[in-house]
Design a protein around this ligand. Sequence first.
Ligand code: HEC
Ligand code: HEC
Length: 312
Amino acid sequence: MNIHSIKSILMLGLLGYAHILLASEPIEPLPTEIDYDPVKAKIGKALFFDPILSHDRSIACISCHDLDAGGADSRPVSLGVHGGKGNIQSPTVFNARYNFKQFWNGRAVTLQEQAYGPIHNPTELAMNTQEVEERINASKKYQALFAPIVHEGAIDILMITDALTEFEKALVTSNSKFDRYLRGEVLLDDSEEKGYQSFKALGCITCHNGINVGGNSFQQMGTIIPYNYVEGYPDRYSLTKKEYHKNVFKVPTLRNIALSAPYFHDASAKNLRDAIKVMSYHNLGYIISDEQVESLNAFLNTLTGEKPEILE
Ligand code: HEC
Ligand code: HEC
């Protein structure tokens, strides 16, 4: 064995070790290069802000997914057409492409399937397919926007939901302080670092992990100390009618969480510190100290990313 092969064995060993170190972090950074179709995303962006998709032309996707409020709704319950009340807090549209399923109970798998939901939901946009297609085809604005992708025939609902999906695919909030820390570009301050260590040590990480710090499993609200059950929320039980699915929801992403108050399906936590206390108690069985709340809060604040390029 010559000196070169010894060197390369050592190098491989080191690389292998670095790989293990990286792979052992339970949270992955968001990519900085985002793939999406720019022509369709531009149409989707116009649709997202346009009340043309609602029956009485009064609201749009943006009404309940405020892109300056973490992509969610700062009201406890969203209001739909004709002032109709929704039945659950609106989740964020940022980074939704990385959720394993869509909606609190996962009833849609893909974003395209999801987009069909609010358009047809009688208390949200309250339209039917034919009405949507007629309106969009009659609009000079959308005729022009869709021109590059519609070569013959009319604009149909699939093209419309596809455009919305491409826009949502662009809604990725890269380069949060925490992602830059994971990539070795910056350090966390003492409180943030302590918070991240508690997040792992207490066990928050067992449910909030992966690229979206959540969004990849269904779990019960009140795993350890039961949480008040109120009939009527679209939880897993509403789909399966299995007792043990009461209060079971998709674990929400914690990305940009500092921006998207209020918290929980019932909007019962008005601020992030309260949400942290409720989670520690009901889902882990701990009453944590004020200092721990502060450091967890500092850590969660490092998950706020940059505004996606498409919104510039
Ligand atoms: C009237 C308020 C309202 C409007 C308008 C609305 N949404 Fe929503 N959106 C919600 C609520 C509430 C939920 C959660 C519903 C549930 O889980 O049962 C939701 C869920 C979602 C989700 C799933 C996120 C996740 O993590 O599960 C996406 C994506 C989304 N909406 C995109 C859109 C798009 C695109 C439009 C426009 C076509 C739109 N929404 C219009 C209130 C609204
Ligand atoms: C057993 C799984 C589990 C554990 C452990 C857990 N969570 Fe959660 N977390 C959830 C679920 C499920 C929800 C949604 C609950 C609801 O809305 O009713 C949630 C919601 C949240 C929310 C609100 C998100 C939103 O958009 O409304 C925050 C903040 C949060 N968790 C932080 C934490 C912290 C901090 C810890 C550790 C102290 C923790 N979680 C531990 C499952 C878990």
